[in-house]
Design a protein around this ligand. Structure first.
Ligand SMILES: NC(=O)c1ccc[n+]([C@@H]2O[C@H](COP(=O)([O-])OP(=O)(O)OC[C@H]3O[C@@H](n4cnc5c(N)ncnc54)[C@H](O)[C@@H]3O)[C@@H](O)[C@H]2O)c1
Length: 259
């Protein structure tokens, strides 16, 4: 795929971000930078011989932390061609709205919504200030990780549903505000994906695994590399007329689910 340049990728060394990084590497992107999470981790992608990656600790819910990360990235590489925002948290509880936890609601808004807003805002400013790529008119591409829960509402998941609807809202707003600057902004909306986030949710929600598989017409979870393929498509010029969308990839779940 026709991708080269510099990418800012948020999230730790876990699956969605990791799969995105590996796919970008396979597509022979020139150099990639990543932002890691609050823990410094040994990163198998960064260890690839042809691969340049800079990891730094960032809390995406904190304005100063995001601003420092973006200026660190532009200082290192001079520009940001792609921003792939994977950092996020799942709901810590599963309750109907009548008893839903307010601390949990605030935590999800802080990380998933404030984080998406702050990263999208800072990257948009950096991209607006840079020249278009020589072989095109693109100043940059932003891809946010939203969710099937950006489009549908699963029961007892008010905190997560709300946060992911907001991620889609931020994405659409950024797309229209950035369109005249040659910056495309989209999000990917996967259903249940086989990552540590889902393992954590299974620990707190009794019977979740069985329920998930029942919900999925394909009888399986989404794979991280399938999410990465869609991220890659949205980063590439093959999606050059696509902006402001939330690409649903749910194996048909939303076609039949009773929400
Ligand atoms: N796994 C799923 O079923 C699923 C489905 C749809 C959407 N998503 C979304 O995909 C994205 C990636 O999720 P994943 O499944 O790879 O989860 P994950 O838990 O494996 O990765 C999320 C990463 O975000 C990091 N993070 C959390 N809070 C942070 C903060 N304040 N600052 C910086 N980093 C922070 C975590 O440390 C972790 O490394 C998330 O936005 C998630 O909501 C996941």
């Amino acid at each position: 795929m026709d991708i080269s340049g510099y990418a800012l990728v948020t999230g730790g060394a876990e699956s969605a971000r990791h799969a995105a990084m590996l796919s970008l590497k396979k597509e022979q992107a020139a150099f990639w930078s990543l932002i890691s999470t609050w823990r410094r981790q040994r990163d198998p992608v960064a260890a690839h011989p042809d691969f340049r990656a800079e990891a730094m600790r960032v809390d995406v819910s904190q304005e100063d932390s995001v601003r420092d990360a973006v200026s660190h990235m532009t200082g290192l590489f001079g520009r940001i061609d792609y921003s792939v925002h994977c950092a996020g948290v799942p709901g810590g509880t599963s309750d109907p709205i009548s008893t839903a936890s307010f601390p949990d609601f605030k935590r999800l808004l802080e990380v998933n919504v404030h984080g998406t807003f702050l990263v999208t805002r800072a990257v948009s400013a950096a991209m607006k200030a840079q020249d278009p790529k020589p072989r095109g008119t693109s100043r940059g591409v932003i891809v946010n990780l939203a969710s099937a829960s950006s489009h549908i509402c699963l029961p007892n998941m008010g905190q997560y549903n709300t946060s992911k609807h907001a991620v889609l809202g931020i994405t659409k707003t950024a797309a229209i505000d950035n369109v005249s600057h040659g910056i495309r902004v989209n999000c990917v909306c996967p259903a249940w994906t086989d990552t540590p986030m889902i393992s954590q949710a299974m620990e707190v929600i009794p019977g979740l695994e069985q329920r998930l598989l029942t919900d999925m017409p394909m009888g399986r979870l989404c794979r991280p590399e399938e999410v990465a393929d869609t991220v890659l498509y949205l980063c590439s010029s093959r999606s050059s007329f696509t902006t402001g969308t939330g690409v649903i990839m749910d194996g048909g779940m939303s076609l039949s689910i009773k929400s």
